[in-house]
Design a protein around this ligand. Sequence first.
Ligand code: FAD
Length: 517
Amino acid sequence: NKLLVIILLSFAICCLVLTVALTVEPTLTEILHIGLEGEVSVEASELEAVSFDFGRLSSRGEKTTLAVVRPASLDDVVKVVKAANKWPPFAVSARGHGHSINGQADTRMKGVVVEMGKGIKGPKVWEKEMYVDVWGGELWIDVLKATMEYGLAPMSWTDYLYLSVGGTLSNAGISGQTFNYGPQISNVFELDVVTGKGEVMTCSEERNSDLFHAVLGGLGQFGIITRARIALQPAPQRVRWIRVLYSNFSTFSKDQEFLISLHGKPASQRFDYVEGFVIVDEGLINNWRSSFFSPSNPVKISSLNADGGVLYCLEITKNYHQGNADSVDEEIQGLLKKLDFIPTSVFTTDVPYVDFLNRVHKAELKLRSKGLWEISHPWLNLFVPKSRIEDFDKGVFKGILENKTSGPILIYPMNKNKWDHRSSVVTPDEEVFYLVAFLRSALDAETLEYLTNENRQIMRFCHDSEMKVKQYLPHYTTLQDWMDHFGDKWTQFNAMKMQFDPRRILATGQRIFDFVQ
Ligand code: FAD
C-alpha cells in the first residue's frame, strides 16, 4: 500500500511539473535570459502597439505577442532566432515600420516581435563603388539623406519613404521608376540574412544565391534581413513634375505603355518616372495623393467629358541638374508632343529632388493633423496583365466603384523584363502588367465593411473573368490560396522554407505556413 501511495504521489508530482512546464511560458523566460545587448519589453502598452499596423483593420484581441525585442546588433537577432528554435519553439516576426495592412509583421501566435529600428551606425556609403550598406530596419528616408550627402541616391523607390528597407525588400518596392530600373529588389547587390535556423548568411548573385533570390520578395519567410547593399547613382538636383488628364482610358493606357517602352533609352529621351491615377469622383482631384492641383484649378471635371464619369491622370517627371534647365524643357516638350492628353489639362511644378521623393510625407503630416492618418486602410494592390486592363477599367472603375472611391487609386504599367524571375515575388505572365492600387481609408465601421466588401467584389470579378491578376503585398488565409498565388513558384518557395526555416518560426503574420509546435 505504502509503495502504491509513493508511486501515485510521484506520478502526480511528475504530472504537476510537466503541466507547469507547459503552461508557464518558458519561452519568455528564455528571451529575458539570453543576454541581449538591446532591449526586451513585456509592457502591455508596447505589446499592444505592435499588434497594430497601418491597416488598422482590427485590433487582434488575442494577446499573441509575448515580448518586443529591440536588437542592438546582428548578434541580438541571432540570439532571439536561436532561442526561438529551442524547445518549446516560438514565432519570431521582424517588424520594420509596421506599414503592412493585414498584420503581416505581427506573430499571430505566441511569439516575439523584433522591432528592427534604426541601425546603430547608420547607412555606410561607398562612394567610389556606388553602393550603400544599410541595416534592415533603416527607413528609406534615412538612406536617401545619407546618400545625398555624397550626391548619390538609389535608383528605384516607393512612393512613400517611411518604410523600412527590410519591409519593402520582402515585397518588391515599386513606384514610377520601376519601368526603367525594376523594383527595389532588382537593385540590391548583397544581403546579410539571419535564417530561421539562426545562421548568419551573406548572400548575393554569386554567393548563396538560392537564399538571395528567395529572400527578395520572400515575405520574410526565410530569414531576417540585417544588411542590404543597395546600388546608387548620381542624384539629380531638381524635378519637373507634370500631370495631364485623359477622358478616354484606351488613350491613357496607350500613352502610359508608350512611355514605359522607352526604358533603357538615354535619360534625355524618356521620362524618369511614370505613374497615374484614376479620378472617379470630383472630390478626389484634390485628394492626398494629388494635392498639387491648385484649389483654384481652372479645369472642371464636369467640363472634360469624362468617359463613363471617369478621368485618368498621367503623372510624369523629369530629373535634372540646375545647369540643364533649358534643355530639359525641350526634352519634355518633345515627349509631350507624342502624347494624346486633353491639351488644356497640363499642370507643371518644379521641386527639389528630395521633396519629390518625399512627397507623400507632406500629405501624411496634413492627414495626421486632421486625425485622418491613424484610421483603417482596407487597401488592395493588384498586378493586372496588360491584355486585361481595359476589361478591368470597364468592370471596376466604371462598374463596381459606382463613382465613389474613398481614397486614391493608382494605376501604372511596368516592364516584366526588369523583374528577376528568380526572386520570390509573383507577377502576371505578360511582358507588361499594371499596378492598380486602391488606397482607401475608412473612418467608421460601416465604411470599412462597405470597402472590404467592394474589395471582395473586385477580386471575385477578376476571378470570374479569368484575368489572372496577382495580389501585390498579398494577403491570403488558406494554404490553397497561397499555392494558387505562387503558382509555378510554390514548389521552390516551399523547398526554400524547408531549407532555411524548417520550424517555420519566421513571419507567421503572413499566414502562409503553419508553425511547427
Ligand atoms: P512591416 O509592415 O514592418 O513588415 C512587412 C513584412 O516584412 C512582415 O512580414 C515582416 O515580418 C517582414 N519584414 C520586415 N522587416 C524585415 C526584415 N528586416 N527582414 C525580413 N523580413 C522583414 N509599397 C510599394 O512597393 N510602393 C509604394 O509606393 C508603397 N507606398 C506605401 C505607402 C504607404 C503610406 C504605406 C502604408 C505602404 C506603402 N507600400 C508601398 C507598402 C509597403 O512597401 C509594405 O507594406 C512594406 O512591407 C512596409 O514596410 P515596413 O517596414 O512597414 O514593413
